[in-house]
Design a protein around this ligand. Structure first.
Ligand code: CO
Length: 229
């Protein structure tokens, strides 16, 4: 049988096995470092916010060889930065203004079901309204995308453009722009993970100020309102 037709076997995963796994994790971790959990419980100071896809194959810590306490994470379908998404905005605000992260990374992945679904005309349910935002990205880059005849290559490119545009969306938020105006050290990046090889590619869109941003998106510095309590 061709290896690519095999899907990772999850038949051994049950509700109970997760709790067993937890007990094993605690036991093994304490054997290595008896103070591990005690130290973690004292607080967190992650230097990175990760905005990734909810896909089970793209776990932030494992694929970057990091540990609990080291990456603050927000995940949704197709790693999107939607300016009215209160959940994403709350995570971003807390990460930038309280945790003072130094990097925010939008992480997409090739073969993303959300991105691929957005390329089709099929209805999938409620999610179509979420994925419609990716159709906007397709429209913005239609000239380039329409020229790609191979469907996989087209999907891969849309995955990359989705990361690039959502990293740009991050920069346009008042949260990121105010951090820059306040002289905070903060960089926004875009990465694409290849589930088939395990390798991350940097889209090289790292940004640390709004100098390249279209004028209309730039906010002038926020002046504190005098006399307000
Ligand atoms: Co995905």
């Amino acid at each position: 049988m061709c290896a690519t037709t095999l899907i990772h076997d999850t038949s051994h995963i049950t509700y109970e096995s997760l709790l067993d796994g937890n007990r094993q994790f605690v036991e093994e971790t304490l054997k290595e470092d008896p103070h591990y959990f005690e130290t973690l419980a004292n607080g967190q100071k992650p230097p990175v916010l990760w905005i990734g896809c909810a896909d089970s194959r793209v776990p932030a810590n494992q694929i970057t060889n990091t540990n609990p306490g080291e990456i603050f994470v927000h995940r949704n379908i197709a790693n999107m930065v939607i300016h009215t998404d209160m959940s994403m905005l709350s995570v971003l605000d807390y990460a930038v203004n309280v945790l003072q992260v130094k990097h925010v990374i939008v992480v997409g992945h090739y073969g993303c079901g959300g991105v691929l679904a957005s390329m089709s005309n099929k209805q999938f349910g409620l999610i179509d309204n979420w994925l419609r935002n990716i159709k906007d990205i397709y429209r913005m880059h239609a000239e380039e995308l329409d020229k790609i005849t191979d469907e996989k290559a087209k999907g891969d490119r849309l995955v990359e453009l989705n990361v690039i545009e959502n990293a740009s969306n991050l920069c346009k938020t008042s949260i990121v722009q105010n951090a820059w105006q306040n002289g905070q050290e903060l960089k926004v990046h875009g990465w694409v993970y290849d589930v088939g090889t395990g390798i991350i590619t940097d889209m090289k869109v790292s940004t640390h100020n709004n100098s390249k941003m279209d004028e209309v998106f730039r906010f002038s510095p926020l002046n504190p309102v005098k006399g307000r309590v």
